[in-house]
Design a protein around this ligand. Sequence first.
Ligand code: KIV
Length: 295
Amino acid sequence: MSTTTISPTTSHQRKKVTTLTFRQKKERGEPITMLTAYDYPTAMAIDKAGIDSILVGDSLGMVVLGYENTLPVTMEDMLHHARAVSRGAKSALLVGDMPFMSYQVSTEEAVRNAGRFLQNGGMDAVKLEGGRERADAVRAIVGAGIPVMGHLGLTPQSVHQLGGFRAQGKTASAAKRLLEDAHILKDAGAFSLVLESVPARLAEYISKQISIPTIGIGAGAGCDGQVLVTHDLLGLFERFTPKFVKQYANFHAEMNKAFTDYLDDVETKRFPAVEHTVEMSDDEWDDFQRLTLNV
Ligand code: KIV
């Protein structure tokens, strides 16, 4: 029997993206691409398009579950959606977003919940929000062999502390603190860092200063990569669209048109047409009528 290993990679399936790929792309100056997904078909489409990484973001709470903010999202919500995404995407690096109160109470809980993302959620890495106050948690999770992505700037789980969804790092002292936090997270072992809603020149400066890749959202073109919430990009989330979003489609309008066309077709009896209908042969129908004559 041959001992040759047969790679599961087919011509349609790219090589698996890893944290090492992230580092290599930064070294080569190649932009890293990331999008959010919360379900199987979207994950499949994103993976097929060749996007490097998928974040199962806790933005789930707002764009899929209809909450006002991300605070009500639970570990169970996240794992349910993480599993669906992992079934759809085989090549992208999969990052599970740790929800509010899953890593703040103790480092033990942080490690246990991070582990659940890999063990029960099919994720390759986790993301958590915060700077120096999260260094111990990041160190402990990384110590357990789980890659961690940090998240600085506008950290939505702190929306009440920040006084709303507002840009961060706009004063000299706030910018200095953000730079320090980036170094602290890198030293704690984070493999990458999301920078959300911070001035472009600050994000570029941090990206040049630290050796791990930065992934920007509303942080300008100087980051090592970019991430967007897919529902914003597709025009699926109507409630509000942040200024930094580029909308590539208007799926909300498309959906609305499809649903009203369907409504119209059913009401006017244009649907279902013959081609949507199951037929029965005349012989069988005649037999059926004979059989049921006396029923
Ligand atoms: O939850 C999320 O989608 C995020 C991105 C905005 C980075 O954290």
